[in-house]
Design a protein around this ligand. Structure first.
Ligand SMILES: [Zn+2]
Length: 256
């Protein structure tokens, strides 16, 4: 039993345990090109949360990782078979209930460890922050934690070289052989502002990608996946440690 993983814990241990930070990993269940499993985001969340928490725990941080929420916002993929969708308003309802438990039981710090681009927790955190003023609510999208360009040659944001490498490292038995990998070619919006990033509209996934991937996975390797995983979890572990050890009443400084 790892004391920082709630799913492995028991009442015998927990009745006397105290934690400073709860981590809620949040994934999605969706197609990932032809070759990665629907639960790719869930496996990634599980492993990144657990290893980051181990790193923080071993430095003395009292962190507890909750089970990963398996469904994300997939409104742009309504026509892709068995891509599951929960509404942002449902995410707000789920999070409100979880925050209420933590607030009542005196764990005043919560970090959402997000694995899926369609999940946008910032407005939800703003809303719940007003409702639960004692709580410190925060968010990290692990895929933004280190510079992908230092690890991977081809860009992308879904089932790409990064994600394929990571899954080759974490769950190789669930990655189809290379001849099945699609090219992850993405069609761009005809309207310039959307491609430049200063205007936004949701991508209609089945119209932008044939194989559901965005980003060419062909140069993915297990070695790249391992290096990236270690870099992400080291950084995320340090973040968890810092959140645990910093007083929220004294969060800001002139000198950082
Ligand atoms: Zn993914």
């Amino acid at each position: 039993m790892r004391p920082y993983i709630l799913a492995e814990n028991n009442w015998n241990y927990l009745k006397d345990a105290r934690y400073e930070l709860a981590v809620l990993p949040w994934g999605a269940t969706e197609a990932h090109n032809y070759h990665l499993p629907y639960a790719a985001d869930i496996f990634e969340s599980d492993h990144i949360a657990a290893e980051s928490a181990r790193i923080a725990w071993e430095q003395g941080a009292k962190v507890i990782v909750m089970p990963t929420v398996p469904f994300g916002v997939n409104t742009g993929q309504a026509d892709i078979f068995l891509d599951m969708n929960i509404r942002p308003s449902t995410q707000l309802a789920i999070l409100r209930d979880i925050v209420e438990v933590l607030d009542r039981q005196g764990i005043y710090k919560l970090m959402i460890l997000n694995s899926h681009g369609g999940n946008d927790f910032r407005p939800i955190i703003r809303e719940l922050g007003l409702e639960f003023p004692k709580m410190f609510l925060c968010l990290s999208n692990w895929y933004n934690s280190v510079d992908k360009k230092k690890f991977f040659e081809n860009p992308g944001d879904h089932a790409d070289e990064m994600e394929t490498s990571l899954m080759l490292y974490l769950k190789p038995e669930l990655v189809l052989p290379k001849e099945k990998w699609g090219s992850g070619k993405e069609k761009k919006n005809r309207i310039k502002g959307f491609n430049e990033g200063w205007a936004w509209a949701e991508r209609k996934w089945s119209m932008i990608s044939e194989d559901t991937g965005v980003g060419n996975p062909e140069l993915a390797t297990v070695e790249k996946g391992e290096k990236y995983f270690k870099a992400v979890t080291r950084k995320m572990g340090d973040l968890m440690f810092e959140i645990c050890k910093t007083s929220i009443a004294d969060l800001y400084t002139e000198t950082a």
